[in-house]
Write a protein that binds this ligand. Structure first.
Ligand code: ADA
Length: 554
């Protein structure tokens, strides 16, 4: 997937981004020149379209051979056809997928991607929700030339063994496009190296190979002080180097003690924003420049953290967080999914795929310090608990090195607190109900003590209030005015950030977002207006209130 750094020195990579022909399947016979990456909602005649469309282009292949077609993301369901033949199907807008094309002839080929963003029974994760599900090929597309065997990914983690010294564990995944004999992989990391003998591989096969390296004299990745290192795998077949893959890693220790997040042995207060991948100009297909601008605004507000509500993010956004030292709560895709969907086989299958793809694609980002599952689902019943337990256990199997949590709104009735490393709550005192914030937090911690969660740290994963950009009511301070939003956030953050048991907070939310039409009656302008900046990143008064509160708390 496209990154902010070069993933290969040996493998040839061609971008397939640009204008493709897009044909909506609405019976109109129309065709548009549509940008990839992009969302079709940005084409004026297609705004608001929910349906199916074909994206088409010609791909000119210079040298015959094996190719890996890397689809950054299709929103939300994609079927890929190469020269008319179905070669891949993928569901879920927020993770990428690869298609291996073997023995491709040089010359012109027809690439077609059928895109569907409808809410149907087939879709358990994309449902009409408090954010927008766009249509399109929404992240970059690449065609990569690979040999008989190639490195498909790596999974890294490091244990600290001394001052500036770590034991790095790397699992390398090697795939074969054709039979390949005498395959070897050399790993390089921070001056250390390791050799792995992969033996022979058969066409279509994959092997996972483990290696460990001791590195010394490295600088830790830390919050707002990020040091990154290239982890490079070079693959040879019969002694000849034919392929390579570079990922970037960081060395850090991370986890919660009974009250706080400990990063490299020091407590860190999480001061963050919930951020949807959405922008007034680009929908969910933000260019990397706009992602970087968002992070500038976030850092300028005194924050050090982002929660990727409510789905895995573009790897380039995570790259930027790695580079800037921003702590990330990355979440699988699930926002308030009704129990009748949660209990289906379809949900289990689609969420399992999301978990597997999210961890496989993002596990090496040092910025990710925790995985989140099932935002605001039914965590107060035995039926719901079984699903929470299964999801949390799945995440721990996929990545035993990071804490896991979920954002609960089942106040004082949640029965899943024992399942997580940190208890996380989405709370809206003063907005959805009128209760003094300190009083509310006292009730919350007293309840935790009662249900046996006394020794657990707390994160406030959402707090906020609505404010319509440009609506002012300086004297009356009506709800939805910028002044009222500012007052409420000040009160909320002052109480939360001075509470001894709370390890951090994420403001709901960074920017306003459009929501599904089905939500319009509770959402003025069909937007979730709790952003501290608007759709186009113009700050509201609340932005400065958050900045003041965050900067006060070191
Ligand atoms: C929730 C939810 C968010 C958003 C928010 C709100 O608790 O997790 O996605 O809907 O509340 O604005 O009410």
């Amino acid at each position: 997937m496209r990154r902010t750094f070069a993933e290969h020195r040996l493998r040839e990579v061609a971008s397939l981004d640009g204008l493709w022909t897009m044909k909506p399947m609405d019976g109109s016979g129309r065709a548009f020149a549509a940008m990839v990456p992009g969302v079709w909602e940005r084409i004026p005649a297609m705004a608001g379209y929910r349906g199916e469309a074909d994206y088409e282009r010609t791909v000119t292949v210079g040298k015959g051979g094996n190719y890996l077609l890397r689809m950054g993301a299709v929103s939300h369901t994609g079927r890929v056809y190469w020269d008319g033949e179905l070669v891949a199907e993928h569901y879920n807008a927020y993770t990428g997928f690869d298609v291996l094309l073997t023995r491709v002839q040089s010359g012109e080929h027809a690439l077609r991607v059928h895109v569907d963003n409808r809410f149907t029974e087939e879709s358990a994760l994309h449902i009409p929700n408090d954010y927008y599900t766009y249509g399109g090929i929404t992240r970059p597309v690449e065609l990569q030339r690979v040999g008989a065997a190639f490195v498909s990914r790596m999974a890294f983690h490091a244990e600290q063994t001394g001052e500036g010294a770590y034991r790095a564990h790397v699992r390398v995944f090697v795939r074969a496009a054709e039979d390949a004999k005498d395959v070897r992989v050399t790993l390089e990391l921070a001056g250390a190296s390791a050799e792995i003998d992969a033996g022979d591989l058969f066409a279509g096969g994959e092997k996972a190979l483990d290696a460990a390296m001791d590195v010394t004299g490295v600088r830790a990745w830390d919050v707002l002080d990020a040091h990154l290192y290239d982890l490079r795998a070079v693959l040879s077949v019969c002694g000849e180097d034919v392929d390579d893959l570079i990922d970037r890693v960081g060395f850090r220790t991370v986890g919660f003690d009974s009250e706080q997040l400990m990063l490299n042995g020091r407590p860190v207060t999480v001061k963050g924003f919930n951020r949807h991948e959405d922008h007034g100009l680009f929908g969910c297909a933000l260019p990397v420049e706009a992602m970087a601008d968002d992070l500038q605004l976030i850092l300028n507000a005194g924050a050090n953290a982002v929660r990727t509500c409510h789905y895995p993010n573009d790897p380039r956004f995570l790259d930027l967080c790695d580079e800037l030292g921003v702590l990330v709560w990355e979440e699988h895709h699930a926002r308030a999914i009704p129990t009748e969907i949660l209990t289906t086989e379809r949900f289990a299958r689609q969420e399992a795929a999301c978990n597997e793809e999210m961890v496989a694609q993002h596990v090496n980002h040092p910025c990710i310090y925790i995985w989140g599952v099932l935002n605001e689902c039914e965590s107060e019943t035995q039926t719901g608990r079984a699903i929470y337990k299964a999801q949390i256990e799945h995440m721990r199997r996929l990545d035993p090195t990071r804490p896991v949590s979920f954002a609960s709104c089942r106040f004082m009735s949640d029965i899943c607190m024992d399942l997580v490393d940190v208890c996380s709550f989405n709370i809206y005192p003063k907005w959805y109900f009128d209760e003094d914030v300190e009083h509310y937090l006292r009730r919350l911690t007293a309840w935790m003590d009662e249900v046996g969660a006394a020794g657990k740290p707390i994160l406030i994963t959402e707090v906020g209030a609505g404010g319509i950009a440009g609506y002012h009511d300086p004297f009356g301070r009506a709800k939805w005015s910028e002044e009222r939003q500012r007052d409420i956030l000040t009160e909320q953050l002052t109480a939360i950030l001075s509470h001894a048991r709370v390890s951090g907070v994420y403001v709901w939310q960074f920017a306003d977002v459009p929501v599904a039409e089905e939500w319009a009656m509770n959402r003025p302008k069909t937007q979730n207006n709790k952003g501290v900046v608007d759709l186009y990143r113009r700050p509201k008064e609340s932005y400065f209130a958050v900045k003041e509160a965050f900067e006060k708390r070191r």
